[in-house]
Design a protein. Structure first.
Length: 226
């Protein structure tokens, strides 16, 4: 059976990564043939750029992502083919040599901030969710996360948010939330967010009661960049 693809999107810090991971865990307890694809994995190869120049790339702009490759991979998955998803090394802002194999016949969760900005990508999704969270809440979450988990200074987090994250949100993310089938408030209790999403996906997920139970899982949720 060809893959059914569920997109989970929203601003950086909105709660989309949390929701994608919890949905994966919930489904994994019932089915065995699942995968998560991170939009971050498709950041363009930057081997041609010196390290210092890589730090200056606007990673919140669609041009930083190889969406054409993601579209190709999703089409192949829907056609029943397996794909090799790139792996990204955030420490050096470049792709690794390794890839992760994702097979078809699965429920595929795709998570990222700019999934709805590309019309060709939108055509590939069987369901779309936008985690709608006020930008000031997203900023507070990013600040806490990046200073504690990623060793960044408060000044650098603020500078990135003001120069790229916020303007790109207003330009590319917020205007495209109209393309989502379901808007979920990122300020809800997390259990309520998951329950609302599962209710929306009930009929789609039920189609895989037999197909998803027939093969082993070959992917688990990697870390996300934004």
């Amino acid at each position: 059976m060809a893959a059914r693809i569920i997109a989970i999107t929203g601003a950086s810090g909105s709660g989309k990564t949390y929701l994608a991971n919890r949905l994966f865990e919930f489904l994994q307890s019932r089915y065995t043939n699942l995968a998560v694809i991170r939009e971050d994995s498709y950041y363009r190869d930057q081997s041609h750029l010196p390290m210092q120049e890589r730090f200056g790339v606007n990673y919140d702009h669609p041009d930083s992502l190889e969406h054409e490759l993601l579209v190709e991979h999703l089409r192949k998955l829907k056609a029943g083919e397996a794909v090799e998803v790139p792996e990204y090394d955030y420490a050096v802002h470049n792709r690794k040599c390794e890839t992760s194999r994702v097979s078809s016949g699965q429920i595929i969760l795709v998570e990222g901030i700019l999934l709805l900005s590309n019309p060709l990508l939108r055509e590939q999704f069987d369901a779309t969710l936008f985690v709608d969270t006020p930008l000031d809440v997203c900023f507070a979450r990013r600040l806490a996360r990046d200073t504690v988990e990623r060793g960044r200074t408060e000044e650098s987090v603020v500078a990135q948010f003001e120069t790229t994250v916020k303007p790109m949100f207003h330009r590319f993310i917020e205007p495209n939330k109209c393309h989502a089938e379901l808007l979920i408030s990122g300020e809800k209790k997390r259990s309520a967010m998951l329950a609302e999403l599962l209710g929306h996906l009930e009929s789609l997920i039920s189609e895989f009661s037999f197909a998803c139970a027939s093969q082993p899982t070959d992917s688990s949720p990697p870390e996300a960049h934004s």
